[in-house]
Design a protein. Structure first.
Lengths: 432, 197
């Protein structure tokens, strides 16, 4: 930036006092020079950040690098497992983002150099950045269950926790299961993507089986003692699938009761815990998780396997000028959900636009909203408003919470329909 | 000495400015962007149950949010979310959405004959307060034509059973409308879903 530009910029700010304030924040990054943002990962966080940076400041050069040409949403993928939705209905491409002037590159990022401020891809390209957003989602800790691997997940015992071919494989396995067979779902330890997901999946599979294979069973082996929307799921399982009765379609085994799984016998279709072995006709293992692979390669993770960030900008506390959003970040109390990623993407986008222009980083506001469908006509939700206080992301007291426990048919039917509209709008907000 | 005092007070002003900024409210954009995940980008909903809030009058939006916050207006989720904001923040969001263009979702299904009958009913009973098929912000009312079909149905149901308050004039008109035609709700909803004026 030339001296004259800087002087005229300061002039427009008016009062000397304000100048001092502005200068305190970003003395050397004031406007004019290059404004290049490279985003690694085009999921719910990365894609929405790209779009909103462009909405806020068209002059920023935004490149989004994503390994797959289409994205399948994790949310609503349980309805693909139960056959209520098709895989195509949860598939989104990147033409919408290209239409906003974003340079979308389908390639795999293999390295991020925080010193050189550059990103390298498997296709041999290098992209320089002023600010980088890393939004790689999750990766699996296959090694926590003996005998489990990516290869097994792709061919026989799915995780189906990244939507796509495995989602369809799990659906087909359930549909072709013998009469009266057993589906086993192994639910992961915290923290993991989509906390209510395994239990919605249980309900959706139960819904399919109730109508197509009513003597079949679902055994949920959980690493934990409790889970998200616990009372609502328990109530829903009870209402629709006989949970808690002799005829229950669902059995849930908590961690301390033998739900923790240590190994899998792939050929014998058997899971082994500390005490018991469990044999299934269809097995779905949702493994323990960590930040997506590239976050580890780039040195953005700490001992927890996730990425520490500053909650106002989502800038990594390890590497400057790199921001991490979505499931890969340690963003608690925000959950690892699609809506939280959407909210984080916008806060991060606003911070980056401000930093690139030498403006004050705006005060954030965040929301999470998440729907689950227990059965047709029975939707439930959880919501929360978050603020930034004392250097931390905090829940706004008195806000948010769950669908009321007491069943109200009108209420639940509306929640289900609102959940479908939520899907339409969040996907359009992200990819449209 | 005099010089020093000037510098001191300048620093003081700077300090106050800093302090104030540290406690500053999130901007209208920042607050409003968080709504988009459910209500669509800039409040333009493409779903058929969650309403568009783009182009609503600020007065109406603030009034609605306050009613949700106090549970005066029944809701599934909006009340829980409204409790996370202050009146000033509602006003901030109100000013943001008032600046957006009214969104018309014209991809919803409707029966043309019913929509026509609904239009006649709307013009007789509703048009006085909800002008231009309920698409004018100056009316300080929710959007009707082109808004989410199920939301409109839910709203009419709630007005009818009292879970959403309405003023005397509206309640009188609603009674008359319903007396005239027991299928009135379905007909006007099809009219609004058609997106016509």
């Amino acid at each position: 930036m030339s001296k004259q530009n800087r002087r005229s910029f300061l002039k427009t700010l008016g009062l000397g006092a304000t100048v001092a304030t502005a200068a305190t924040y970003t003395p050397f990054a004031i406007g004019g020079s290059s404004k290049k943002v490279v985003i690694v990962g085009g999921g719910m966080g990365g894609a929405v950040a790209a779009k909103y940076i462009k909405m806020m400041d068209k002059s920023v050069d935004v490149t989004l690098i994503e390994a797959n040409k289409d994205y399948y949403t994790g949310f609503t993928s349980n309805l693909v497992v139960s056959g209520e939705r098709s895989l195509d209905e949860i598939k989104f491409g990147y033409d919408g983002l290209r239409g906003h002037g974003i340079n979308v590159v389908i390639d795999k990022v293999i390295n991020i150099d925080a010193q050189a401020k550059s990103v390298k891809t498997a296709g041999g390209k290098t992209f320089n950045y002023d600010r980088c957003i890393v939004a790689p989602g999750i990766d699996f800790r296959y090694d926590r269950i003996n005998g489990y691997s990516e290869e097994v997940a792709n061919t026989k015992i799915t995780h189906a926790w990244k939507a796509g071919p495995q989602t369809v494989m799990l659906r087909d396995q359930i549909q072709s299961m013998r009469k009266g067979g057993t589906v086993i779902i192994s639910a992961p330890p915290n923290p993991f993507r989509c906390p209510p997901g395994p239990y919605e999946r249980t309900a959706q599979i139960a819904h399919y089986l109730k109508h197509n294979n009513p003597t079949a069973k679902i055994l949920v082996l959980d690493d934990k003692e409790k889970f998200s929307k616990f009372g609502l799921f328990m109530g829903g399982w009870k209402k629709h699938y006989g949970y808690g009765t002799d005829n229950s379609m669902i059995e849930w085994v908590k961690g301390s009761a033998g739900g923790k799984i240590e190994s899998v016998d792939v050929a014998g279709m058997k899971l082994s815990g500390e005490v018991d072995d469990y044999k299934g006709d269809v097995i779905n293992i949702i493994p323990a998780q960590k930040a997506g692979h590239i976050a580890h390669v780039a040195g953005l993770t700490n001992d927890s396997g996730w990425c520490p960030i500053e909650g106002k900008t989502f800038e990594s506390t390890i590497h400057k000028n790199i921001h991490v959003i979505g499931d890969a970040a340690i963003q608690s109390p925000l959950p690892k959900s699609g809506y939280a990623a959407n909210s984080e993407g916008k806060v991060c986008a606003a911070a980056i636009v401000a930093l690139l222009n030498g403006d004050k980083v705006p005060d954030p506001s965040y929301v999470n909203t998440c729907y689950s469908v227990i059965a047709p006509g029975d939707g439930i939700s959880v919501a929360m408003v978050y603020a930034y206080k004392g250097g931390k992301i905090v829940k706004v007291e008195g806000s948010g919470g769950l669908t009321p426990d007491k069943f109200d048919a009108k209420f639940r039917a509306r929640e289900e329909q609102n959940g479908y509209s939520w899907f339409d709008n969040i996907t359009n907000d992200t990819f449209g | 000495m005099i010089e020093k005092t000037i510098i001191k007070s300048a620093l003081l002003v700077a300090g106050i400015a800093l302090g104030m900024q540290a406690q500053a409210e999130p901007s209208a954009e920042m607050l409003s962007y968080t709504c988009a995940g459910c209500h669509g980008t800039n409040g333009a909903s493409t779903g058929n149950a969650i309403p568009s809030i783009a182009g609503l009058s600020s007065t109406y939006l603030v009034e609605s949010m306050n009613a949700y916050k106090s549970d005066e207006r029944a809701s599934t989720i909006m009340g829980r979310i409204a409790k996370g904001y202050t009146e000033e923040q509602f006003e901030s969001m109100g000013s943001f959405f008032a600046e957006q263009e009214v969104n018309k979702n014209t991809s919803q299904s409707f029966d043309a004959a019913k929509a026509k009958a609904g239009q006649a009913l709307h013009e007789k009973y509703c048009d006085k307060c909800h002008t231009e098929a309920g698409t004018v912000a100056d009316d300080d009312a929710g959007q009707l034509s082109g808004n989410a079909k199920l939301f409109l149905k839910y709203s009419l149901t709630d007005f009818h059973d009292g879970s959403r308050p309405q003023d005397k004039k509206m309640s009188k008109k609603m009674r008359k409308l319903f007396k005239r035609n027991k299928d009135a709700f379905e007909l006007v909803v099809d009219y609004y879903a058609s997106g016509k004026k």
